[in-house]
Design a protein around this ligand. Structure first.
Ligand code: GAL
Length: 989
């Protein structure tokens, strides 16, 4: 961490200055801002963030921004944020891009919370400490497959159309921006207080583009954000590359040079990669050409995709399906195309997707937001990391790639193989990207431009893959005349230059190094053929890649020898570079390198092993000793000039997971009983609503949001007197996909109704509505006397508002409810309803944690709840009762210290059983399981919420619709990943 602080300066400031009157804001005090680390010497050094048409310029230096998307709100355990950030940095990203979700921070108008799992300041400080720049995207609207696209539940019941210049809406927006910007502003790179580089206004705003409203709205946001002290360049993420919100299209203050144009894209694996960059085709949908004066900026480019209830998106395979189709080759093929098109600000959405826990997920998606990303939901690096790392390291260590000029397209002789030819503006290098769009592997001969003429080289490009080749590339003091292996990194370590080049396993690669004198070459590892052509002054190397092929080249007249490492993808997965103040360090062997500190003659490495691993370190000059995770490692100097461990580093210790036994069970839904006292419930007597859902003629508003119930289950009760001559009761309701309704008449179940499972075509369909029609049992209401109709509605979430038409205000809960009069009889009774939903927001776990089940209101999900009087039971359990039943158990974990284990809860049962489970770990609502819909069966239990060294409580709230036997079936803890290493863990309490 020492290094990062030196590099980025200390963090100061913070607080909540300038808040609108009446707002309550809680802000975290992060480590870097506390008294242990006061700002030294007054104001820290200021920096500049500028740009020209080619790239962002940091303090005047050109930089390719290579960013990955991560949502801290999808990982409710701040210690693990550091884990993800370290994995980003180690994997070659120099930037992390984050949405900030308004609903996560605001339980009520005027109340903003940036503490605990919501401590945005701590997250930004960690990013700075870990050496990552940050792109922040606080909306106000974000989309992101979250409830209401990020709008707080309470906003659904306010006047004024959202995403317009309506003054009521803007009043709420300003309060949010004031609060969030007070956290962000002191952490900008420009102030020296952090690493925030760029800031996004709104998201995918494609409405009101031509009627003035949109321009006024965007101009308002722009002015507000500037007034809050945000001085870094601003941008918008233009959906679908419409050319909307380019510089000058809305801001009136003439601040040219401080606003960028950006857009997003999510091509499917079957698409031909589009030319969207600066060099792309112009006009509508052309991408960066809409703003030729600003750099090619992909604010989001698909790194995976989201799956929906029922799993239609990936044919029921879940996120394994996403990772299989948007795989490493997808990344190479699309991201290399982006680079070849002059995209120099590139953000991969998602790089770590995480979990849409609690009531966060938008209606279409289920709990896991794994996204098929390069880092999976259980925090494991996947096979998608090597291409990211190869490109990230290349951009970091081979200068010139942040500004490439397009030379043209080359001819490959194969219509399916595209060749982009680019030239390094500053030097003489040529970069070539060859892409195979066919579904079969191709062998082509590529014409490589060299200073001594065209060199035709054969290359193999697997189906739907791409590769980057280079000519005239400077490596330290040497010149690589051509290479068919992709350069990955170069550095000087100790007395030698090191260059790493990569390709697919078993690829035959060809390199030619300019050598005016016959060099001494030793092949230290692997197989390579070399020959020296004295007349051309070239050392030719060919090798078929398998692991790490090593060549040592010396005696060619250069001051330092060159260690050439030719890595296949697997070998590159175990190579890690890290910059230190003493120079760059390269490590080979472990599963992850988190941090490096040079102290005297020792290099202290921190990292992870997932199996026994070798360790090899190329360190700055003078280093003699190596420590791994604090322990000295005996090393010897290898022929490659590395310090090599004499013994393998151990992998993670093995340990057993407890079986989940000792279950206790309690039934609830007292609300369905006729004698239940609902006198404290709100009377649903409103006549008007701000929802776009029409209020039924003459009827009261029954929408849950209008009574302050925004998340989770909602109960309705009505008491009336008989006789009622009715054959059916008609309950119209809205919930989003997979919502559900159950009703009881005088305590007797009437039945349940469910919204359908969306097909692939329907995943984008919003405003799911239905009418449940339950027959009234014969004679049930014939007598005089008091009757009670009770209804439980499970709304899934608010719709997103992509169309800026207040879709997030679409009703949730009952819309209308009435007894249909039997034919020929008089009118059915007018019903007066009372409504009850979630209680006050959980101060620790936030507003989206709990809904309105009786058990939730009574704290049955909380770890300290006394369940001794509950019925002992075992799982699996089956029953056909309509309603809500809770199951609780405790378990102790003894994960060995020093092991980072990622655990999940796996639920399985006969898929014919119709029931769902809301699962709570230590009081945290970690997701919703729908047994007969899926596809998700395993739920990640993040450490910090989970105590890996202690006592944990699991509570399952089971909602069964009474139509089939219901579970829970089997519930077991599963190990999703284990590493020796990890980050220090602080429990979230
Ligand atoms: C984008 C949007 C993101 C997210 C993504 C799909 O269009 O900007 O917020 O919804 O689609 O995952």
């Amino acid at each position: 961490m020492e290094f990062s602080r030196r590099r980025f300066g200390l963090l100061i400031g913070g607080g909540a200055a300038g808040l609108a009157t009446g707002a309550t804001v809680a802000v975290g005090v992060s480590r870097a801002m506390d008294k242990e680390h006061p700002a030294q010497g007054g104001r820290p050094a200021a920096h500049t963030v500028g740009f020209d048409r080619h790239s962002v310029l940091l303090d005047g230096r050109r930089i390719a921004v290579w960013s990955g998307e991560f949502h801290p709100f999808r990982l409710p355990s701040p210690s693990l944020w550091r884990d993800i950030l370290q994995k980003f940095r180690a994997s070659g990203y120099n930037t992390v891009c984050i949405y900030v979700s308004w609903n996560y921070h605001s339980p009520a108008p005027g109340t903003y919370d940036f503490t605990g799992v919501r401590d945005l300041g701590a997250m930004l400080d960690m990013a700075a400490e870990e050496g990552l720049h940050v792109i922040v995207r606080p909306g106000p609207y974000i989309n992101a497959e979250v409830d209401a696209g990020g709008y707080p539940g309470w906003l659904t019941a306010t006047a004024g159309t959202a995403r317009t210049d309506d003054p009521t809406y803007l009043g709420h927006v300003d309060q949010w921006l004031t609060a969030v910007n007070a956290v962000i502003a002191p952490r900008q790179y420009t102030s020296g207080g952090g690493t925030v580089l760029l800031y996004q206004l709104e998201n995918e705003y494609a409405a009101h583009v031509h009627d003035g409203t949109g321009a006024r709205y965007m101009a308002h946001l722009y002015a507000k954000v500037r007034a809050d002290g945000i001085e870094v360049p601003l941008f918008h993420n233009d959906k679908g590359r419409n050319g909307y919100w380019t510089p000058g299209s809305f801001a009136t203050d003439g601040e040219s040079g401080r606003y960028l144009y950006a857009f997003d894209g999510y091509p499917s694996p079957d698409d031909t990669p589009p030319d969207w960059g600066l060099f792309g085709r112009g006009g509508a949908k052309g991408g960066s050409t809409a703003s030729p004066g600003t750099p090619g900026f992909l604010a989001e480019f698909g790194g995976g995709w989201f799956d929906c209830w029922g799993g239609a998106e990936f044919d029921g395979q879940g996120y394994a399906g996403a990772r299989a189709t948007r795989d490493a080759a997808y990344e190479r093929r699309f991201y290399l195309t982006n680079l070849a098109n002059g995209i120099t600000v590139h953000n991969v959405y998602m790089t770590f997707g995480g979990t849409s826990w609690g009531w966060l997920p938008a209606p279409a998606v289920y709990t896991s937001y794994d996204y098929g990303a390069a880092i999976d939901e259980a925090r494991n690096l996947t096979s998608k990391i090597p291409p990211m790392k190869q490109l990230g390291y290349l951009l970091a260590t081979v200068p010139g790639l942040a500004r490439l000029d397009r030379v043209g397209r080359g001819d490959t002789g194969d219509p399916d193989v595209v060749l982009y030819h680019l030239a390094d503006h500053a030097g003489s290098a040529h970069i070539l990207v060859a892409r195979n769009d066919a579904a079969t592997d191709r062998e082509v001969t590529l014409p490589l431009p060299t200073a001594t003429g065209t060199r035709n080289v054969p290359v193999r490009i697997p189906a739907r893959d791409a590769r980057l080749l280079a000519t005239e590339l400077t490596l330290g003091s040497r010149l690589l005349r051509w290479t068919t292996a992709q350069p990955m990194l170069q550095q000087k370590s100790g007395r030698q230059d090191i260059a790493v080049l990569v390709s697919r396993p078993k690829d035959t690669v060809e390199l030619a190094l300019a050598c005016s004198r016959r060099p001494t070459v030793s092949v230290l590892d692997g197989a390579a053929q070399t020959s020296y052509d004295a007349s051309a002054g070239l050392l030719r190397i060919t090798a078929t890649l398998s692991g790490l092929t090593r060549l040592h080249i010396s005696g060619d007249g250069h001051p330092s020898p060159l260690l050439l490492l030719l890595a296949d993808d697997d070998a590159s997965a175990a190579l890690w570079r890290h910059d230190t103040a003493s120079g760059p360090v390269l490590v080979h062997g472990p599963a992850l390198l988190r941090d490096v500190e040079v102290r005297g003659t020792a290099v202290r490495l921190t990292g992870d092993t997932t199996a026994p691993s070798g360790l090899e370190v190329w360190a700055p000059r003078g280093i003699e000793a190596v420590l791994w995770n604090g322990r000295p490692v005996p090393v010897a100097m290898s022929p490659s000039g590395s310090l090599t461990a004499r013994h393998q580093l151990p992998g993670p210790a093995s340990f057993a997971l407890p079986k989940l036994t000792g279950w206790r069970r309690a039934e609830e839904n007292p609300e369905s009983e006729p004698g239940y006292d609902d006198s404290a419930w709100a009377v649903a007597d409103r006549r008007t609503s701000h929802s776009p859902t029409p209020v039924p003629a003459g009827g009261p508003v029954l929408f849950a949001d209008d009574y302050g119930f925004h998340y989770g289950d909602v109960w309705y009760r009505t008491t009336f007197t008989g006789p009622v001559d009715s054959a059916t009761v008609e309950l119209a309701y809205r919930t989003g996909t997979q919502g559900l309704l159950m009703a009881w008449l005088d305590g007797t179940p009437l039945g349940a109704h469910r919204m359908p499972v969306p097909t692939k075509e329907q995943t984008g369909v919003r405003r799911w509505s239905a009418t449940a029609s339950f027959p009234v049992p014969a004679g049930a209401l014939h007598g005089t006397g008091r009757h009670v109709l009770a209804v439980l509605v499970r709304p899934m979430a608010h719709d997103e508002d992509g169309g800026a038409n207040d879709a997030h205000k679409t009703a949730r809960g009952l819309v209308s409810a009435a007894f249909a009069p039997a034919s020929g009889s008089g009118p059915a009774p007018a019903l007066t309803w009372r409504i009850q939903g979630a209680g006050p927001a959980d101060p620790l776990r936030g507003p989206l944690n709990t809904g309105g089940l009786h058990g939730e209101r009574a704290g049955w999900h909380l770890p300290h709840h006394d369940d001794r009087h509950w019925q002992p039971t075992t799982l699996p359990h089956t029953g056909t009762r309509q309603g809500v039943t809770w199951y609780r158990t405790d378990f102790r974990l003894a994960v060995p210290h020093g092991t980072d284990a990622s655990l999940g809860l796996t639920l399985t049962d006969d898929p014919a059983h119709a029931y769902r489970i809301q699962l709570f770990l230590n009081g945290w609502n970690l997701g919703q399981y729908i047994n007969d819909v899926g596809p998700q069966h395993t739920f990640v239990l993040p450490n910090g919420i989970l105590d890996p060294h202690g006592h944990n409580t699991l509570a399952l709230a089971v909602l069964s619709d009474g139509t089939t036997p219901a579970g829970p079936g089997n519930a077991e803890l599963t190990l999703l990943g284990a590493a020796a290493g990890g980050v220090p863990l602080t429990l979230v309490t």
